[in-house]
Ligand binder design. Structure first.
Ligand code: OMP
Length: 241
């Protein structure tokens, strides 16, 4: 029988609701009552964001709204003013929008939340998607930096632009933690057990334990839990492995 994971660890796991319907989303939420932090990404947001987000809040779940914004500063700021209404806990933007776009997003979020009298979402910059390999960075994107150095530069840009933290693979967490300090939030997708490695689009992965040891504050886990025959059991097993 698997061990029950301590609540303190369970609260640091964000489960990705990458499902196409509101019914499928709340089936998962009901199946794993110990999970308190859920991620709504593009798929579910586009289908039913205006229903899912208020319902998650009603159930007192914490919410990571992962829309990975990427646009010019004026458009991003306008989107952030609208998104602030949802009162989510975390929100993502691509760090490659650059310093003015990152600052515009953070300012718009803070001003709108203040107006609404709610805590602003913490804004996280996506450094480099965990589905990228070093080879793709060099040969497809033609970035003339080693992958860890590129990601470090993106994290430093996010920090200089007043973001609260970044999304990075756990493989880069220790490097970013050392450069950006203890208060900078590191949220890490790309979580796989050794037996699950190399079976899908995730390229830069680590186990949950190793990711926490590397300095991650939160882990984002999707398919290893949501596509398992028994999601609640998979949640327990992943964190006690
Ligand atoms: O921003 C994200 O959450 C994200 C960034 C990234 O670099 N890689 C990444 O996988 N994600 C998200 O994290 C989740 C990972 O899901 P699984 O690969 O199924 O565990 C997905 O919802 C992705 O959209």
């Amino acid at each position: 029988m698997s061990k029950i994971i301590p609540q303190m660890i369970a609260e640091k796991i964000i489960i990705a609701l990458d499902v196409p319907t509101i019914e499928a989303a709340f089936r998962l939420v009901d199946q794993i009552p110990q999970a308190s932090f859920w991620k709504v990404g593009l798929e579910l947001f586009l289908k039913a964001g205006h229903e899912v987000l208020p319902e998650l809040k009603k159930q007192q779940k914490r919410i990571f709204l992962d829309l990975k914004l990427h646009d010019i500063p004026n458009t991003i700021a306008a989107a952030c003013r609208i998104l602030a209404d949802y009162g989510v806990d975390l929100l993502t933007i691509h760090t490659t929008v650059g310093r003015s776009g990152l600052k515009a997003a953070q300012t718009a979020l803070k001003e709108s939340s203040q107006r609404l009298g709610i805590a602003p979402a913490k804004l996280l910059g996506v450094t480099l998607l965990t589905s990228f390999s070093p080879r793709e960075l060099a040969f497809d994107l033609k970035i003339p930096l080693e992958l860890p150095d590129y990601i470090l530069q993106m994290a430093l840009l996010a920090q200089k632009s007043s973001l609260d933290g970044v999304i990075c693979s756990p493989q880069e967490a220790a490097l970013i933690r050392q450069a950006c300090g203890e208060d900078f939030l590191l949220v890490c997708p790309g979580i796989r057990l050794p037996s699950q490695k190399g079976k899908d689009d995730q390229q830069r992965t680590m186990t949950p334990q190793a990711a926490f040891q590397a300095g991650a504050n939160y882990l984002v886990i999707g398919r290893p839990i949501t596509q398992a025959p028994d999601p609640a059991q998979a949640f327990q097993e992943l964190l006690t492995a």
